[in-house]
Design a protein around this ligand. Structure first.
Ligand SMILES: Cc1cc2nc3c(=O)[nH]c(=O)nc-3n(C[C@H](O)[C@H](O)[C@H](O)COP(=O)(O)O)c2cc1C
Length: 218
């Protein structure tokens, strides 16, 4: 029994995404105290930016023609895929940076996706229970001035749920910069309510995922 957890905050000491993911993880470990948690921290240990192209181009030549870098990239892609395939449940904690995902996250996704076991025809990840925690400094909800500027959450839903086929739950906490950026002070009450809702969702989804595995393992 194992949980795979991916973190992507570049500021772990104050990370809202990590705090919410901790709530999900706690529910998982409460239900499965002997479970292993496999961790990958993309900010502390970034995937080399060259690995994706090396892994892709390695697929166009025979094994005996591959460069050392191409071999290493393929091996790393297999490790990333092993982490996803080997876990009973998945947890992703991913902040919004510059209106999208960080290059850390994109490189991780792209490289993992080169592994043939998790391509769109693959079934290795289909139906696997997963929780995505997404945190946004601002608020991009319908009717807000920057509606549509969050290009992270929709993309993550698309690739994790629709492309990889995960059974995905999403915990979303907007307005994490309220209390940090004085220009957002008018939104203190709204931000507190959104934080409370995200924490409630994190606990509920953590329990749900843990129970999903318990009943399917029975
Ligand atoms: C370099 C950088 C870029 C950011 N870009 C955005 C952004 O485009 N939109 C936004 O709403 N928040 C942005 N933020 C705020 C983060 O999304 C917010 O602080 C979030 O809580 C970070 O995740 P963490 O708390 O898990 O570290 C940015 C933060 C940093 C450090």
């Amino acid at each position: 029994m194992s949980l795979f957890r991916l973190d992507a905050s570049i500021l772990p000491a104050t990370s809202a995404s990590r705090s919410l993911a901790d709530l999900v993880e706690r529910e998982w470990l409460t239900a499965h105290p002997d479970s292993v948690v496999t961790r990958r921290d993309l900010a502390a240990d970034p995937i080399p930016a060259t690995a994706w192209a090396d892994a892709v181009t390695a697929g166009f030549v025979g094994d005996d023609e591959r460069t050392e870098r191409q071999r290493e990239a393929r091996a790393l892609a297999a490790t990333l895929a092993d982490e996803l395939i080997g876990a009973e449940a998945l947890l992703f904690a991913i902040p919004l940076y510059n209106y999208g995902i960080s290059q850390h996250v994109k490189t991780w996704f792209d490289l993992a996706y080169t592994d043939p076991r998790i391509d769109p025809q693959g079934t290795a990840l289909r139906g696997k229970p997963a929780t995505l925690v997404t945190v946004l400094g601002g608020n991009y909800a319908p009717g807000t001035p920057k509606e549509g500027w969050d290009h992270s959450t929709a993309w993550l839903r698309r690739v994790l749920a629709d492309v990889w086929g995960l059974d995905l739950r999403v915990v979303e906490r907007p307005f994490t910069l309220v209390g940090v950026n004085p220009a957002l002070d008018a939104f203190t009450d709204a931000a507190a309510a959104l934080k409370a809702k995200a924490e409630t969702d994190a606990v509920a989804y953590g329990r749900e995922v843990a129970a999903t595995r318990r009943s399917s393992a029975a």
